[in-house]
Ligand binder design. Structure first.
Ligand SMILES: [Zn+2]
Ligand SMILES: [Zn+2]
Length: 273
């Protein structure tokens, strides 16, 4: 167990909480999002198993539910049926209540059967990974053993708040504020991309959903892609597509500025609900 005098024990707990949230952002984007939901990359069996374990003890998320909710988001982007669009539910509901909106749809077996039929539960899910609370309890116990009770609780609180607000930010800010170089309502925010493993380049992602890389232009950086590239070099992952398949048209510079103002025009529609 790590023993530090106060206040350094609290500082360490906060740093550990933030670092673990960062790790979860990377596992979420590489494993749940780019590999499982969009099949942009194929992870080696061992890498997949490691990610599955990390997601279980770090978030308690069931991958097939996450994938189903996310694919439904792409099927109904920013209109009725989107599980977490700020244009449908309002900005604050998505930024701060993302997990509530997520669970509402994730628990619908019809949605999961329809959108994640390629990820049926296996025996590992039935015995282990479907037990979300057990996974989270193991995660917290590991922290308690390493840090001690009090710092472990502080680290868990910092971790949970950061991970949930980060996920909310991708879905809320990522469809509300920022640049729209391609013709869709999602937005690019490089500052957010730095914080959430590249997911802040959300307009790019909606324009090219099968791309393992989310940075397309000069000045755009996708830390999640750096991890994917390292995994490919280490032969722990392969890319499904080497060519970029863009589904939406790229706007001219003037149109990008105009599109950035779409929020003011459409915000009324969202808040009228
Ligand atoms: Zn989106
Ligand atoms: Zn996606």
């Amino acid at each position: 167990m790590v023993h530090l005098p106060f206040p350094w024990s609290v500082v360490l707990a906060i740093v550990v909480g933030l670092a673990l949230a960062e790790l979860s952002f990377f596992v979420t984007t590489v494993y749940l999002h780019r590999a499982l939901a969009h099949r942009a990359i194929v992870l080696s069996p061992r890498t997949k198993a490691a990610c599955r374990l990390l997601i279980w003890i770090g978030t308690g998320t069931r991958p097939r539910q996450w994938v189903a909710v996310h694919r439904k988001h792409h099927a109904f982007t920013d209109r009725e049926g989107d599980p977490h669009s700020p244009f449908v539910f309002g900005y604050a509901a998505v930024q701060f209540g993302n997990v509530v909106l997520y669970r509402r749809v994730a628990r619908d077996p019809v949605v999961v059967a329809r959108y994640a039929r390629d990820l049926p539960p296996d025996k590992w899910d039935r015995w282990l990974f479907d037990r979300a609370l057990l996974g989270l309890a193991i995660g917290i116990m590991v922290l308690v053993v390493v840090l001690g009770w009090m710092p472990a609780l502080i680290a868990s609180a910092v971790y949970t708040a950061t991970y949930l607000l980060g996920g909310g930010a991708i879905n809320a800010i990522g469809h509300w504020w920022g640049k729209r170089p391609f013709e869709n309502l999602a937005t690019n925010n490089q500052w957010l991309a730095w914080l959430v493993a590249g997911e802040g380049l959300h307009n790019n992602h909606h324009a090219a959903t099968t791309s393992a890389r989310l940075s397309f232009a000069k000045g755009e950086f996708d830390p999640g892609w750096w991890v994917v590239r390292a995994l490919v070099k280490l032969r722990l992952a392969t890319l499904r597509h080497t060519e970029l398949v863009v589904k939406a048209a790229r706007r001219e510079a003037a149109q990008v500025r105009e599109a950035a103002q779409v929020r003011e025009v459409t915000a009324g529609q969202g808040s009228s609900r």
